[in-house]
Design a protein around this ligand. Structure first.
Ligand SMILES: NC(=O)c1ccc[n+]([C@@H]2O[C@H](COP(=O)([O-])OP(=O)(O)OC[C@H]3O[C@@H](n4cnc5c(N)ncnc54)[C@H](OP(=O)(O)O)[C@@H]3O)[C@@H](O)[C@H]2O)c1
Length: 299
């Protein structure tokens, strides 16, 4: 194991918490940049973690924070624009800043979190296109050694998928109207995602590569929501909306606080989130199944 000192951006989110715990347990000192560190007291309890307040979009901040690090990991991402930040700023411009800062601070290694089917021109939504642009940018240079990860929807304790549907099912009586019921996913376990990232840090064979990450089975969105309802013991009739209803739901819900479902989310769901070739297998990681783990944290 190389004696990495790792700077993590987006370490305060769902994947970030799992990754920080994994890296710390492997003995890597980690510097986590947070815009609101006072909300991250749990991270302070992880041994070897240095939590630093930073506005990563401010000029010069990244160069300063990357000093003394040997690797940088970027998990920053948004599903909707808001809070004064656009997809372009968060998914593309930030990558440019990270690479420039890594060069300035002589950080040789960069792990980049993208998304399955992120494609700069062919992506069906602005989320997927900007994720694709950011990933292309990450791989464009030669001076920083880059590996990227392209997961399907990620599940595990604290996830925003099963937990979110569980909450919605609890507050929706009787019939649950679901947009894009036939959209397909291969949910991947967060533990497998962070294993892939941790393992690739020191593997020269991973440099320059992007890994699609999927779980072992494919499900329709409707079957996953019905499964969630069963697990939490709520009998709900899940009704798949026709396309026109799904678009209408997105147009209305994107006006609500927190934007629970937007037109851009709808457009992302037009691409099945399933792998042709699963990078976990290439990395020698056996993907964990939804049925083995979700009951343990959702019930
Ligand atoms: N979860 C999935 O199913 C999934 C699937 C495919 C790809 N991904 C990608 O994986 C990455 C991590 O996902 P996640 O589920 O862990 O997301 P998350 O829980 O929403 O975490 C996102 C992270 O990005 C940070 N962030 C967002 N906007 C920021 C801004 N303007 N300035 C500074 N920090 C900002 C958040 O900081 P705060 O804590 O301060 O908000 C948080 O640390 C993302 O790039 C996402 O696109 C996730």
């Amino acid at each position: 194991m190389t004696n990495h000192r790792i700077c993590i951006l987006g370490g305060t989110g769902f994947v970030g918490h799992h990754l920080v715990a994994r890296l710390a347990a492997s003995g890597y000192p980690c510097r986590v940049l947070a815009r609101r560190p006072e909300r991250q007291r749990d991270l302070l309890l992880v041994p070897g973690i240095e939590l630093r307040r930073s506005d990563i979009f401010e000029t010069g901040v990244l160069e300063e924070q990357l000093k003394g690090c040997t690797a940088v990991i970027n998990l920053v991402g948004i599903l909707n624009e808001g809070g004064g930040r656009t997809f372009q700023q968060v998914h593309v411009d930030l990558v440019e800043r990270i690479l420039a800062a890594a060069r300035a601070a002589s950080v040789p290694r960069y792990l980049h979190m993208s998304a399955l089917h992120a494609e700069a021109t062919q992506g069906t939504s602005r989320y997927l296109r900007t994720k694709g642009m950011g990933e292309d940018l990450a791989h464009a240079g030669t001076d920083v050694q880059v590996t990227s990860f392209r997961p399907s929807v990620i599940f595990g304790p604290g996830d925003g998928f099963f937990n979110r549907f569980a909450t919605l099912l609890k507050i929706t009586p009787g019939v649950f109207p679901l947009a894009c019921p036939d959209a397909r996913f291969a949910p991947v376990y967060v533990g497998d995602v962070v294993s892939a990232m941790a393992q690739s840090l020191d593997d020269p064979g991973c440099v320059g590569k992007g890994y699609d990450l999927c779980g072992p089975r494919i499900y329709s969105l409707k079957s996953l929501v019905e499964y969630t309802a069963d697990l939490i013991g709520r009998r709900r009739m899940v009704i798949g909306l026709p396309d026109v209803g799904a678009r209408l739901q997105a147009r209305v819900f994107q006006l609500l606080p927190g934007k629970p479902f937007t037109m851009d989310n709808y457009l992302s769901l037009q691409t099945d989130s399933i792998c042709g070739h699963n990078g976990l297998e290439e990395l020698g990681i056996r993907p964990q199944a939804v049925e083995a783990l979700v009951p343990g944290y959702l019930r």
